[in-house]
Design a protein around this ligand. Structure first.
Ligand SMILES: Nc1ncnc2c1ncn2[C@@H]1O[C@H](COP(=O)(O)OP(=O)(O)OP(=O)(O)O)[C@@H](O)[C@H]1O
Length: 584
């Protein structure tokens, strides 16, 4: 129960509702207890009438009275049971909602390294599946637990007072029932977890096959994929059958044990009646009702035990993530203005997970308002430089200064709010084009959105769609071409109007003419803004104030376009190659 202590703060938050729920549970059970003794009384009335101790009209009146009491108690018990669910189950839904938000908010704080170490499926599972398991503890477990406790506390002493011998024998099979249900619940849980695992493997595989359907068709891989799906589905079916087999035991076992209890009541009660130890056959009927009232709560003790165990395991997994500290933290609370000078001083950076050293002792300065292009072969460390400026990672050694202040001494929110980054793989949400552009500036007007779309040379494409800016993207809507995605992503950054622009090879999928047009527009937009452009093309770099050429994480060449074409090396070769490609 150590891990579940995390929920105490929520129990404190909703203590009044919980207390009310518990009181209502007790009231509901007490009304339920009225029924069996009035059934007994009714049978006694009939017995007395048969043995001529009671007039017919008096018997009728009494029976009517008892029936009305039974119906009234049942209605009240039902009404309070309804209220019980409305309070306790509602509290568990509130706790589930709070806990989901807590986990999600924490996920948002964590750094990229955390997301690399943990698979998306795992992150999703903890926020959905594990939180649901915990909810079962916070709601149903408490509700049924209270119900069972009330019944035990009220009913068992009552049974022993009324007829101790019958009580003893009728209760005898119930602990066995509880233990068996506990064992079955455990097995059911284990097997259903396996079924869930297979289902998620199958759905991941299916999802990948649908996403990659064009590759599958192009390579005529359909038969192979079909047989893999069939094999997975077969395995899943076997696991489901295993689960169905244990599930099938649940109710028959319960019915068997209730049956045994009833037989004990009838046998022992009948014997006592014949021996004159109990006065009425009604007592037997009363005890049969008691046994039936107890069966479900007793079975539930086993079920509850396994629910608490599962909730504890789930909360442990949730706590593991909640304890995770973000590796990139804002060490300065005070927000600052940033004008955009960037300096790398002997920066070395190694990715923790792959241990690849992407940058080796890099030093360079970008003055405020300057445009710098970074070129180099793939894997030379270009994107890493941009990621370090946005402080998605911290340097392994050396310092990055923004406006001559070490980056770690700048409020993280201020820094990131002043950066407009366009990543290499433009990511667009399954939302309208308008909302995707507005992402960086919620309050943007229609005119502003259109203006940045024009500057990114994507406006004409957008108005060409039937729904224009309301066109939904992604799975629910249309798929943009690589170049269109890149340009929507550029529009998003322009709308933010930041002090620092980071463009990571974001024109690779557009033709050179459009590239030229966009670059001209960017030049206007980024006037007085510090701009870093990562590219493989000389055309994107040639107008920059400075060009940095990287190789293997080190600076190979540095200078203006004119300086670099005048010297032998990577840049000049690239320039000549791309020039002749263009001419051809
Ligand atoms: N997120 C990451 N985790 C681990 N290693 C990484 C990560 N990103 C890049 N690397 C490694 O760091 C090195 C530099 O990568 P980087 O993406 O900075 O190169 P790049 O010059 O931008 O390449 P490209 O032109 O292909 O985009 C590469 O060897 C790469 O494998």
């Amino acid at each position: 129960m150590k891990e579940l202590r995390h929920l105490n703060k929520y129990f404190k938050k909703y203590w009044l509702k919980l207390l009310l729920g518990i009181i209502i549970t007790i009231i509901a059970r007490v009304f339920q207890l009225v029924m069996p003794s009035y059934v007994k009384n009714s049978i006694e009335v009939v017995e007395n009438y048969v043995s001529n101790q009671l007039e017919e009209s008096a018997a009728r009146d009494l029976l009517l009275e008892y029936i009305l009491i039974i119906v009234g108690a049942a209605l009240l018990s039902g009404f309070f049971t309804f209220l019980m669910r409305q309070t306790i189950i509602n509290v568990s839904r509130y706790i589930e909602y709070d806990l989901k938000n807590e986990v999600f908010d924490h996920y948002q704080l964590l750094s990229l390294n955390f997301y690399k170490k943990n698979r998306t499926g795992d992150l999703m599972n903890r926020i959905s599946e594990d939180v649901s398991q915990v909810r079962l503890y916070a709601g149903p477990a408490i509700m049924y637990g209270m119900q069972t406790l009330t019944l035990f506390v009220c009913l068992i002493p009552l049974m022993f007072i009324k007829a101790p011998t019958i009580a003893f024998y009728s209760l005898l099979p119930l602990p066995v029932l509880s233990i068996l249900i506990y064992q079955i619940s455990r097995i059911i849980h284990k097997r259903s977890t396996k079924v869930q695992e297979y289902l998620s493997t199958l759905s991941t595989f299916a999802q990948e096959s649908f996403s990659g359907v064009s590759v599958i068709k192009a390579y005529t891989l359909e038969p192979q994929i079909n047989s893999e799906v069939r094999a997975l589905a077969l395995e899943g079916k076997d696991k489901s059958m295993d689960l169905a087999k244990v599930n099938a035991w649940f109710f028959p076992l319960m019915i068997l044990l209730i049956g045994i209890s009833n037989i004990f009541v009838i046998y022992v009660g009948g014997k006592q009646y014949l021996d004159g130890q109990i006065e009425s056959v009604g007592t037997i009927a009363e005890f049969i009702l008691y046994v039936n009232m107890l069966t479900w709560p007793v079975a539930i003790v086993g079920w509850l035990t396994s629910i608490v165990q599962r909730a504890e395991a789930s909360q442990k997994r949730i706590n593991e993530f909640l304890k995770e500290e973000p590796s990139i933290k804002s060490e300065v609370a005070q927000k600052t203005q940033i004008s955009g000078k960037i300096e790398f001083r002997d920066v070395t950076f190694t990715y923790e997970d792959t241990e690849i050293t992407a940058l080796h002792g890099i030093s360079f300065t970008v003055e405020q308002g300057e445009t710098v292009a970074i070129l180099g072969k793939t894997g030379s460390g270009k994107s890493t430089i941009l990621e370090l400026i946005a402080r998605l990672y911290d340097t392994s050694s050396g310092t990055i200064l923004i406006d001559d202040v070490p980056i770690k001494e700048i409020n993280l929110e201020s820094l990131r709010s002043m950066i407009g980054a366009v990543p290499q793989d433009a990511f667009l949400f399954s939302d309208t084009i308008r909302n995707n552009i507005k992402f960086g500036k919620e309050e943007a007007t229609e005119e502003e959105i259109e203006e940045v779309a024009r500057m990114s040379v994507v406006h004409d494409n957008i108005v060409g769609f039937t729904n224009g800016y309301d066109t939904i993207l992604g799975e629910r809507g249309i798929t943009l071409s690589g170049g269109q995605k890149q340009r929507v992503s550029i529009a998003r950054a322009l709308l933010k109007d930041p002090q620092i622009y980071l463009f990571d090879d974001c024109l690779s999928a557009v033709d050179t003419e459009t590239e030229e047009e966009i670059l001209n527009n960017l030049k206007r937009a980024s006037e007085n803004r510090t701009t870093l452009i990562v590219s493989h093309r000389v055309s994107s770099a040639k107008n920059a104030d400075k060009i940095i050429v990287l190789e293997g994480g080190k600076i190979l060449q540095q200078g203006t376009h004119n300086q670099l074409v005048a010297q032998e090396g990577y840049y000049k070769d690239l320039y000549i190659n791309q020039l002749s490609e263009k001419e051809n």
